[in-house]
Each structure stands twice: as C-alpha cells, then as structure tokens.
Design a protein around this ligand. Structure first.
Ligand code: PAF
Length: 280
C-alpha cells in the first residue's frame, strides 16, 4: 500500500493510477478501523480495480463539547489492517491543511433541513462538517466509486443528495451494517464502553428489531415507539430519538406504510452516544 501524507504525495500516487486508466474506489474513514470499515474495502474491491482509503479525523464535524480530541487515533494498527486487506493507497494527512488548504476559506456544504433532524438535532452543524469534508475528498481524489456504511444512515443519504448535484459521476455504494454477536452495530465509539456497557448497548438493536417485527404485525406505530423508548429507559439507555422513516428519511406517521422504511434510534450510555437502524 502506498501511504501518502501530503496532497503532493497523494497527487503523484493518483496520477500513476490514472495513467493506467484504473477504476478507483474511495473509502473515507476517521480511522480506528474495525470489521465494519474493512467490509467497505472488500465491497469497494468488487466495484473497482484500485482502492484508496482516507484516515482523517475531521474537526468540522465535531461540536465544541464533543470527542474530537479523544477520538481514537490508532494509525499503526489501521495501516496493518489496510495492508492486510490489500488497499492500494492510504491518504493519512499530516495536518488539516493537507485537506482544506486554507482553513479560513473552506467551501461549506449545507445539509439543509434533513441535516438538522435526527442526529443533526443533537449535533448542530455536524452534517455540514461531514458534507464539507466529503465534498473536499471527492474534489481532491475524484474517485469513480465511493463506499459508505449503512450504520450512518442519515449521513449516507445526505452524501448521496450532495453527490447528485456536485459529483454526479461518482457512483455511491451503501454497505450493510456489520454487527457483533450480540447485535450491536460496530462503531469506533464502542471502544469507549466497558464490557457490561456493550451488553447494555445491545438493547438498542433489540428494540429496533422488535419494533420492525411489531410494525410488520400491524401494531400501532405510536404504541411501538413509546414502548421502545420505555424499554430503552428500563435498560438504562437514554433515548434521543426513535423514529420510523421512509428510505429517503421522510417522516412516516401511519401504520401499514408499504414502501421501504427504516427504524432509527440514538441513545446515550454513560456519555457515549450510539446510533443504529434497521431497514425493512
Ligand atoms: O463516517 C465517517 O467516518 C465520517 O463521517 C466520514 C464519512 C469519514 C467523514 O469524515
């Protein structure tokens, strides 16, 4: 794997690839790689001849009181894993300037109304930060394909909407959620939790799963949601939202909605906020 630490190094590596007219897939990450990320690389390899991964903890998507400083940075381990997966290029910028050039002059991409709902309600500005960095990475790397995980359901949709207007030639692929044995969706933030807390956290998945089953059985939606929230509270999880939406995240407030839909939930457990969803 070619490791690039500056824009110059990245440009050279990309030029060598484009000379051979390779199809390039991008897997953007913030590092601390786990099986979920590695599954994105394996999927990317099915859609392109070369893969490039980025590891960049993007300051723009963290709020003032969030975990930007303590976000796990495990570069050595990450590089080993990427080598093992035979990723072709890694862009691991030495500093923020290698991504944004002039931090005062960043082209902010606004995430609109959807960006202020669900996770955006709890993390104002978060999705603007995500879209801004992903747009920048798309501009710098200009991949043919980009892969994002379905765990960050809202993020994936917002990126898709942004790409339709700004990067229509990039094919976006949504990769399924990878779960631990107890059902919990893999996430770098799971590292903040102890073993007993991880067991508690599995109740978010259980409540989403149970809610989807109940909806299929025509149980009233309002009842499903209030029971799910009560269940989470009884398991010492603090729910932020628990909602049913359609696959574009339009609100659903009726029973028996026939199209593709998704239950989404977010909880806090001991200061760590987790998200998960089930599409059905
Ligand atoms: O999902 C993530 O890890 C990040 O939000 C992303 C897409 C790499 C942008 O920083």
């Amino acid at each position: 794997m070619i490791i690039t630490r500056t824009r110059k190094e990245l440009d050279v590596a990309l030029k060598n690839f484009s000379k051979n007219s390779e199809k390039l897939a991008l897997i953007p990450t913030m590092g601390n790689l786990h099986e979920g990320h590695l599954s994105l690389i394996r999927i990317a390899k099915k859609h392109a001849s070369k893969t490039i991964s980025t590891i960049f903890v993007n300051p723009l998507q963290f709020g003032k009181n969030e975990d930007y400083d303590k976000y796990p940075r495990t570069h050595e381990d990450d590089i080993k894993k990427l080598n093992y997966e035979k990723c072709d290029i890694l862009f691991l910028p030495v500093n923020n300037k290698e991504v944004f050039s002039n931090i005062e002059d960043i082209k902010t991409i606004h995430s609109g109304i959807l960006g202020s709902e669900l996770c955006g309600k709890i993390r104002p500005g978060h999705f603007d930060g995500v879209l801004t960095v992903v747009n920048k990475l798309f501009e710098i790397i200009n991949p043919d394909v980009a892969v994002f995980g379905a765990k960050d359901y809202q993020q994936e949709i917002l990126i898709r909407q942004m790409a339709v207007s700004l990067h229509p030639n990039i094919e976006l692929i949504k990769a399924p959620i990878i779960r631990a044995e107890n059902g919990i969706a893999l996430s770098s933030r799971n590292n903040y939790l102890s073993e007993p807390e991880l067991e508690m956290a599995a109740n978010l998945y259980k409540s989403l799963y149970h809610s989807a089953q109940s909806y299929k059985k025509n149980v009233d939606l309002k009842t499903i949601i209030s029971e799910a929230k009560n269940y989470l509270i009884s398991k010492k999880l603090i729910p932020h939202y628990f909602e049913l939406r359609d696959h574009n995240l339009n609100k659903i407030d009726i029973n028996q909605f026939e199209g593709k839909k998704v239950f989404l939930g977010s909880v806090t457990i001991n200061n760590t906020r987790l998200i998960d969803n089930i599409e059905f």
